[in-house]
Write a protein that binds this ligand. Structure first.
Ligand SMILES: Cc1cc2nc3c(=O)[nH]c(=O)nc-3n(C[C@H](O)[C@H](O)[C@H](O)COP(=O)(O)OP(=O)(O)OC[C@H]3O[C@@H](n4cnc5c(N)ncnc54)[C@H](O)[C@@H]3O)c2cc1C
Length: 323
């Protein structure tokens, strides 16, 4: 029976991202249920230390493709290296995190192998000769169940599994892959202009979602409460996608991960990608018209009401309390 290959992803600090250890948790569970082994793969330049930690941190025996051509993400290079690792490890299941890198390279790997591909799973179970995969759809309102057989490539939703914190026996082995002549070459990263918004350091965040309804309402309703509390304003992704606020305001899996003492979510449904970014908040107040909104599951105080009734009243009350 083929192995499960876990493709690790490195953060900007050169350490393996928590999201990859979440994939380890799911991979180990699937390995135990199906009698398979797990193998790790670490790609990049000067990644020996990170690979050692991954091997000992749950992945087990880990291949290392250490090549200057992989110092920055390159879809062609990553595809070649992952394909080589699949062959070297006799892998039948390939798991990556559902990050921009994962969702870029994983379909390419699957297409090259003519393998089954499922993105953004929160769970995978072994079933007979095949697999049952679960993914959340329609903003978390429904779960889709899919079955797959043969070689499987899947990406795993960040935040859906706890990061593996135990240890494993595992050695690292260098894997040589010819990466000469890649047709796409990395040129440079340009730092976005500083906006003055740094949610990662804010003690209090008042965030608005699609329920705020219009860009000017952020200035009229959300920002005044943030100001009254001495905090910062944040937003969900649809707000940023619509151009109402810039990306530094976005909280979530493709925005900022925040850990304030107080997080006030106004008109935010609580999709998993948003929760990933704010679930480390110490205290959460959610204001939403829909009593079934998932945000209430993580809220310490939930207010089922129209935010336009509650938020201005709160702002006024905070102002009055401060004198
Ligand atoms: C790969 C990927 C990455 C993503 N990354 C992120 C991310 O980083 N951050 C993020 O936030 N999302 C992210 N998303 C999107 C995410 O799945 C959700 O679509 C998004 O979080 C929903 O935003 P929302 O809650 O503002 O909008 P909706 O889900 O539309 O919810 C709006 C809410 O407002 C409520 N509402 C409406 N009017 C009022 C009112 N007057 N008063 C009170 N309540 C009201 C409604 O009941 C509803 O619950 C990502 C999605 C994908 C696929």
């Amino acid at each position: 029976m083929g192995n499960i290959l876990i493709v690790a992803e490195l953060g900007q600090d050169g350490a393996i991202r928590d999201a990859s250890y979440e994939v380890v948790t799911l991979a180990r569970k699937l390995a135990e249920a199906t009698g398979r082994g797990t193998r790790g793969l670490v790609l990049g330049s000067d990644v020996g230390d990170a690979a050692g930690k991954f091997a000992a941190g749950g992945a087990g025996d880990t291949l290392v493709v250490d090549n200057p051509a992989l110092a920055n993400y390159n879809v062609e290079g990553f595809n070649k290296a992952i394909r080589a690792a699949i062959e070297a490890t006799d892998a039948e299941v390939v798991l990556l995190s559902n990050t921009p890198i994962g969702w870029d390279v994983a379909p390419r790997v699957a297409a090259g192998l003519d393998a089954a591909f499922v993105s953004d799973c929160f769970n995978i179970e072994g079933s007979g000769d095949g697999f049952t995969l679960f993914r959340r759809i329609f903003n978390g309102k429904l779960d889709a169940e899919l079955s797959a057989s043969g070689i499987l490539v899947a990406t795993v939703q960040p935040g859906a599994n706890d990061a593996f914190e135990g240890s494993s026996d595992g050695a690292t082995t260098a894997l040589e892959v010819d990466l000469d002549g890649l047709r796409v070459q990395f040129v440079e990263v340009k730092q976005a202009a500083a906006t003055g918004v740094d949610l990662s350091k804010a003690d209090i965040i008042v965030s608005g979602g699609r329920g705020v309804g219009a860009p000017e309402k952020f200035g009229e309703v959300i920002q005044p409460l943030a100001d009254a509390l001495g905090g910062a304003m944040g937003a969900s992704r649809p707000v940023v996608d619509a151009g109402w606020l810039d990306h530094p305001y976005q909280v979530g899996s493709s925005g900022q991960v925040v850990t304030p003492k107080l997080y006030v979510a106004c008109g935010i449904s609580g999709a998993i990608q948003h929760l990933v970014g704010m679930k480390g908040s110490n205290y959460v107040i959610a204001i939403n018209k829909d009593p079934d909104a998932p945000i209430f599951e993580v809220a310490d105080i939930g207010v089922v009401a129209d935010l336009f009734d509650i938020v201005p009243a709160l702002t006024k009350a905070v102002g009055a309390a401060k004198g």
